[in-house]
Design a binder for this molecule. Structure first.
Ligand code: ADP
Ligand code: ZN
Length: 612
C-alpha cells in the first residue's frame, strides 16, 4: 500500500486538487492529532475529504458510518476510481461478498470501510473491529442522532458504544443540517471534547427564485426547457398523483422525466434512483421520499411545484442542487392554494396542539420567505441564525420587485370580510370574498344576499389574481388567517385593526401585474458556469470536450459506474482547454490524480490528438 507524508500530498496525488477548501485542512489536522471533530458544512462543501485524507495518512482502516446504502456504493465507486482501497458492508451484499470484505479487512488491505449503523452495531461486526487496527471513525449524517431533528434514527443513538469501546480512536461527526440543539446532542452522544468546525450555510452557487403560480406545469416546462435542456434535475411535489401527472406532462414536452414516490415497489425505486445517478439528463419528479440518498454532484436544478412545509425542508431539498459548486437553480412556484392546503394538512394531522402550533409557525416562516420582496438568501441564512448582506444572486436581488402601495386594497378586503361575517354570522373562503369584491353574482352570493353588502363590487380595480396576492401577503403578515377547521374560510387576525387604522402598510409587487419576468442567473465570480467555460473554448476545444464526454459515458457504462466518478464536467472542460498530448501535460489538471493518469491518460491523449 502506498503511504503519503502530508495531507497536501494526498490532496494532490490522490484527489488531484491543489488547495483545501474552507477548514478542511484544519479538520484533517485535528483528526491526525487523534482528537474528535464535529463538522457542519453545507451539502457540497467537501465533507468527505475531511475523513478520507486522514484515512490515508493514519495506520489502519477508517470506519465510515453512513445510513444510506446507495450513497455508500457511490462513495466506494468514486474511491476505487481514485485508486483507494475501500469497501462497504451492508444488507445489499450476499454472505459471500460480506465474507470477502471481512477477509480483506483482516489482511489489512482496506483504507476505508463504509458500514450501515445497524450492521456496525451487530456483535459480530464489533468483535471483528476489536481485532483490527482502526484509524478513525467517521459518522456521516450525524444529525440522525438527534431526537429533535427530522431524521431521527434510533440506531444512531446506540453509536455511543464506539466511544466507550474504542476510546483511543478519533471520531469525526459530520452533517449538513443541525441547529444549535442538535449540535449539542451530537457532541454529547457521539464525541469526546470535540473541536467544532461550523461553516457558513450559504450555498453561493445556488440561484434562488420563487414565482407566483399561474399554470404551474407550463411554467415548469418552460423553466426546464429554456434554462436546463438536457440537464439533470429534481422536481418536488407534495402528492404522489401530482408526481405522476407532472412527469407525464414533462415527457409530453420532450423532457426525460420519471416519477418517484413511496407507492412504487422497492425494486422499482432502486432502479429509478440508479438511472438518475448514472445518466446525466434525467429529471426526477418526486415526493420527499426521494431524499437523502442523492449525492449526485451535477443536479443542475431543484424545482418545487408545491410549497414545502418549512424552511428547513426547502433548504435541504434545494441543497441537493449543485453539489459540484457549479451554478444551479432553486426554483419554486407557489400560490394561495399552497397555503390553504398546508394549513388543512396540519389541522387534519393527528399531532397534538403543541406540534400543530409548531408546524403552523414553520409554515408561516416559509410563506414569509415566498412573499419576501428582499433578498431570499439573507432571509434563509437568518432563519439558521446567520447574518448576511444582499447576495446579488436571487430573483429579488437581480430584479428588485417594484412595490406599489396596496393598503387601500387591504382595507377593502378586511372590511369586506368583516361585513360578510356580520351579515351571515360566518366567514367564507377566498374565492367567495373575491366574488363579492368584484361584484360577481354566483349562486352563493344570491343565496346569502351578499349583493346587499356595502362592500359589493368595491374591488373591481384589481384582478382575481391580484386579490389572491393581496390575501397571501396579508396571511403572511398575520392580518388574515385561514381557518382550516372550517372549510378554509378567511378570518381576521390580530393585525387587521392595525391595517384599518393605517398603522400597517401593505405593499404589493408590481411584477404581479406583468408577465413573469425572466431573471438571468449569474455565476459566482470564482466558479463560472460550465456553459460559460465552454463558451470561452475554441471550436477545437469544444469538439474535444464533446468527444471526451462521449468517451466518459462509454467508459462509465462499461464499468457500471456513474460518469461523474470518472471525471467531473469541469475537469473535462479543463482538459479540452489544455489539450494535453503527453502524460506530463496531464499533471496538475484539477481533478486529475495519479490513479486517473495511470488509467485514463492514454485514452485522453488519443482523443485530444484525434481532434487536433
Ligand atoms: P459533501 O459531502 O460535503 O456534500 P463532497 O465531499 O461530496 O461534499 O464534495 C463535494 C464536491 O467537491 C466533490 O465533487 C469533491 O470532489 C469536491 N471537493 C471537495 N474538496 C475539494 C477541494 N479541496 N478542491 C476541489 N474540489 C473539492
Ligand atoms: Zn439575494
Amino acid at each position: 500500500m502506498r503511504r503519503y507524508s502530508s495531507p497536501r500530498e494526498v490532496l494532490r496525488q490522490v484527489f488531484g486538487y491543489d488547495a483545501f477548501r474552507g477548514f478542511q485542512e484544519e479538520v484533517v489536522r485535528t483528526v491526525l492529532e487523534g482528537r474528535d471533530a464535529l463538522v457542519l458544512m453545507p451539502t457540497g462543501g467537501g465533507k468527505s475529504l475531511c475523513y478520507q485524507i486522514p484515512a490515508l495518512l493514519r495506520d489502519g482502516v477508517a470506519v465510515v458510518v453512513s445510513p444510506l446504502i446507495a450513497l455508500m456504493q457511490d462513495q466506494v465507486d468514486a474511491l476505487e476510481e481514485l485508486g483507494v482501497a475501500a469497501a462497504y458492508l451492508n444488507s445489499s451484499l450476499s454472505p459471500e461478498e460480506s465474507s470477502a470484505v471481512r477477509s480483506r479487512l483482516r489482511r489489512g488491505e482496506l483504507d476505508l470501510l463504509y458500514v450501515a449503523p445497524e450492521r456496525l452495531l451487530m456483535s459480530g461486526t464489533l468483535a471483528l473491529l476489536d481485532e483490527l487496527k482502526i484509524s478513525l471513525f467517521a459518522i456521516d449524517e450525524a444529525h440522525c442522532v438527534s431526537i429533535w431533528g427530522h431524521d431521527f434514527r434510533p440506531e444512531y443513538g446506540a453509536l455511543s458504544v464506539l466511544r466507550e469501546r474504542f476510546p483511543k480512536v478519533p471520531r469525526i461527526a459530520l452533517t449538513a443540517t443541525a441547529d444549535q440543539k442538535t449540535r449539542e446532542e451530537i457532541a454529547e452522544k457521539l464525541l469526546i471534547e470535540p473541536k467544532r468546525f461550523i461553516a457558513s450555510f450559504d450555498r453561493p452557487n445556488i440561484f434562488y427564485r420563487i414565482v407566483e403560480k399561474t399554470s404551474v406545469r407550463e411554467q415548469l416546462a418552460k423553466f426546464i426547457r429554456s434554462e436546463h435542456p438536457g440537464e439533470c434535475g429534481v422536481v418536488y411535489c407534495l402528492a404522489r398523483r401530482t408526481c405522476e401527472e407532472v412527469a407525464d406532462f414533462l415527457v409530453g414536452r420532450g423532457v426525460r422525466a420519471l416519477f418517484y414516490h413511496a407507492g412504487l415497489s422497492a425494486e422499482e425505486r432502486a432502479a429509478r434512483l440508479a438511472l438518475f445517478q448514472r445518466e446525466d439528463d434525467v429529471v426526477m419528479v418526486a415526493t420527499i421520499a426521494f431524499g437523502m440518498g442523492i449525492d449526485k454532484p451535477n443536479v443542475r436544478f431543484v424545482a418545487h411545484v408545491d410549497m414545502p412545509k418549512s424552511i428547513e425542508g426547502y433548504f435541504q431539498e434545494t441543497g441537493r442542487a449543485g453539489r459540484d459548486g457549479l451554478p444551479s437553480d432553486a426554483w419554486m412556484a407557489y400560490g394561495l392554494n399552497d397555503v390553504v392546503n398546508q394549513r388543512r394538512f396540519i389541522e387534519q394531522s393527528d399531532a397534538d396542539e403543541l406540534h400543530k402550533q409548531l408546524a403552523t409557525q414553520k409554515l408561516d416562516a416559509m410563506l414569509g420567505l415566498a412573499e419576501a420582496c428582499d433578498c431570499r438568501r439573507v432571509r434563509l441564512l437568518a432563519y439558521f441564525g446567520e447574518q448576511s448582506t444582499p447576495c446579488g444572486k436571487c430573483d429579488n436581488c437581480v430584479n428588485p420587485p417594484q412595490l406599489t402601495d396596496a393598503t387601500l386594497a387591504a382595507k377593502k378586503l378586511i372590511s369586506c370580510i368583516w361585513r360578510i361575517q356580520q351579515k351571515s354570522g360566518t366567514s367564507f373562503g377566498a374565492q367567495h370574498v373575491i366574488d363579492v369584491l368584484q361584484g360577481r353574482e354566483t349562486e352563493r352570493t344570491r343565496r346569502h344576499f351578499h349583493q346587499e353588502l356595502s362592500t359589493w363590487g368595491i374591488g373591481r380595480e384589481l384582478t382575481d389574481r391580484q386579490w389572491r396576492a393581496v390575501i397571501r401577503q396579508l396571511i403572511a403578515r398575520s392580518v388574515l388567517w385561514v381557518d382550516a377547521r372550517n372549510h378554509n374560510v378567511l378570518r381576521l387576525g390580530d393585525a387587521a385593526n392595525g391595517v384599518l387604522r393605517g398603522e400597517i402598510k401593505v405593499e404589493l409587487r408590481r411584477t404581479l401585474l406583468e408577465a413573469e419576468t425572466k431573471t438571468r442567473r449569474r455565476a459566482p465570480e470564482d466558479r463560472p458556469d460550465r456553459d460559460e467555460l465552454l463558451a470561452q473554448l475554441s471550436a477545437v476545444s469544444r469538439q474535444i470536450f464533446e468527444a471526451l464526454r462521449a468517451w466518459r459515458l462509454e467508459t462509465a457504462r462499461t464499468l457500471g459506474k456513474p460518469p461523474y466518478v470518472i471525471f467531473a464536467d469541469r475537469t473535462l472542460v479543463e482538459i479540452a482547454r489544455r489539450k494535453p498530448t503527453s502524460v506530463d501535460d496531464m499533471i496538475g489538471i484539477p481533478g486529475v490524480g495519479r490513479h486517473k493518469i495511470e488509467h485514463y491518460a492514454d485514452d485522453i491523449i488519443e482523443i485530444v490528438r484525434a481532434e487536433c
